[in-house]
Structures are given as C-alpha cells and as structure tokens.
Design a protein around this ligand. Structure first.
Ligand code: GUN
Length: 294
C-alpha cells in the first residue's frame, strides 16, 4: 500500500551504513564490542536479545551475552557491570529489561558508564538529550522513530506533533528530540497521557501522531486529521481464541481503520520494531568511534 512507512527497508539502510562504519573501525584495528546482560528467563527478552546478537554478528560487531539467574543480587549485577565498564574491549553495554522485581532498574541503568550506554537510559544521556547536547546517546526506539520520519521526508519544522504516552523509554525522549531547536526538529509537541482531559481533541489537531502508551488499538480513525502521519510504537499481547497460541500482538493504533485516512502510517509489525535494533547498533558503532577519538 502506498502510504506505508517501511521500517524494514529503512532499517536495512541504517544497518548497511553501520556495517561500513564497523568495517572502517576494523581497518584501524578496532573491533566494536557489545555486551548483552540478561537476568532470568523472560521469554520475550530471550527472543529480543537473540535478535540483537544475530544482527550484531551480521554487521561485524563482536558481542557477548551474560545470562544471570533470576535470583542474582543487585550488588552482583552492579559488580558485573563494573567489570565491563572498565574493560576497553567493550564499547556498549545493554542490560535487557525487564529485570527481576528485587533489582532497581534505575540504579542499574545509572551504573552503566554513560560512554557505553548504547541504550541511552543513563541520566547523563537523558540530560544531554534534553539540553540538546549531541554528544550523548539517545534511546533507541524514539531515535528510530525520528529516523523513520526524516527518511520518509516528513516535514518536521513547525509541525504539530502529539506523542501519546509519557514513558521514560519512548514518550519523554521522543518529545525531547522533536522540540529541539534545529534541523529535523522544531516541532510543537503535545504529550497526552492517562490524566489528559480530552485526548481526542489534541490528536485531531496533529500533523504527526506517535502512539506509545501501550493500550491495544487505542488510536482510532475518528481521532486523526485526514492526511496525518501515524507512527505506532505499541507492542501489546492480547487474547485471541482464533490464534493457535491463544494470543496475538497488536499495536496502539487501530491500523485497519486508521490507514485509509492517514497520509503515512507505519505497519505493525514492520514499522518501528526493526528500527530499535538498527539504532542500537548505530549507537554501538558511535560508542566505538568516540572511544577511539578519546
Ligand atoms: N526491553 C525492551 N526494550 C528494551 C530496550 O530497548 N533496551 C533494553 N535494555 N531492554 C529492553
């Protein structure tokens, strides 16, 4: 369909660019290295980390995965991170969420060296994004949405954007990226959330809508302006008695009814999803480039 933003194709372009950067680093004797840390046996995390490992290898990024038991103490996890922080052969460190309940996620993310924080979760990197300091790392999913918009030639300068959701991983950094003064930003951003009084009236004004609140098929056709650009970040597992597994994945956008009214729209899957890994590996290449420059 003509109005689809093809995240698979765009992510392949970014992977090709990253592969070239990795090759250039290797030609200078530097092998970019990425550490994955997984705690416990969350099935979705196993799949996600497996996909990230595979793609790293394809691009020539050397990776190692540490799998710790569910019962690992926070102190032991922090000690493991200390070791990777101090070891120059590793340029990026990713601690896969979710973590077990007895471990405080914010403490763990603040413990990863900001220079190796390819997830962009460390407070220093979150702060740099807010300040418009380009030396930090930006959270991969909102960075990926930004790339989708740029590479689809969506006009950002002066655009009215509604971000649905105020999470630390997508909503807040997404708004920060788009409000910056400068090229590929300059948007007027409204963030709507669970306490917003009239979500629909905000959405109907938007030139660009980015749905990242984690509510299955929340954004409906009557909530958007004709021709609006719609980006669906949602990944929600819902019950479906007709599916073999008894469940299926849906986004935050009611795609079938929104797509005919939208100017451009991401399919889901095949929209935002592939961009997250692309930005992670681009961040890893940059972490290695910056380590060399230091
Ligand atoms: N869990 C789900 N998405 C992510 C991500 O982007 N990074 C990490 N570290 N964990 C996740």
């Amino acid at each position: 369909m003509q109005n689809l933003i093809d995240g698979r194709t765009i992510s392949q372009q970014i992977h090709a660019e990253t592969a070239q950067r990795v090759a250039a680093l290797k030609a200078r004797g530097i092998a970019p290295g990425l550490v994955f840390i997984r705690v416990g046996e969350d099935p979705a995390s196993q799949v996600y980390v497996g996909m990230k490992e595979k793609k790293s290898a394809e691009l020539g990024i050397h990776s190692v995965t540490k799998v710790l038991p569910e019962t690992t103490s926070q102190a032991d996890l922090l000690r493991l991170i200390d070791g990777f922080n101090a070891d120059p052969q590793w340029h990026g460190i990713l601690v896969q969420a979710p973590l077990p309940k007895h471990i405080d996620q914010a403490t763990v993310y603040a413990h990863v060296s900001p220079a190796k924080d390819v997830d962009g979760f460390h407070p220093v990197n979150v702060g740099k994004l807010m300040l418009g300091d380009p030396t930090g790392f930006v959270s991969c999913t909102p960075a990926g949405v930004h790339e989708l918009l740029i590479r689809s030639q969506v006009r950002l300068d002066g655009a009215e954007v509604v971000v649905l959701g105020r999470g630390n991983i997508v909503g807040k950094p997404m708004a920060s990226i788009l409000i910056q003064k400068g090229r590929h930003a300059n948007c007027t951003v409204t963030v709507v959330h669970s306490a917003t009084r009239d979500v629909k009236s905000h959405c109907q004004r938007a030139d660009i809508l980015i749905a990242a609140m984690g509510v299955p098929e929340f954004l409906r056709a009557d909530m958007i302006k004709p021709g609006a650009v719609v980006i669906d970040v949602g990944v929600n597992r819902i019950k479906d008695s007709t599916a073999k597994s008894g469940t299926r994945l849906v986004g935050d956008v009611a795609f079938a009814e929104v797509q005919p009214k939208a100017g451009l729209i991401t399919p889901n899957p095949g929209g935002v999803g592939p961009m997250t890994i692309a930005m992670l590996l681009a961040n890893t290449a940059r972490a290695a480039e910056l380590a060399v420059a230091r």
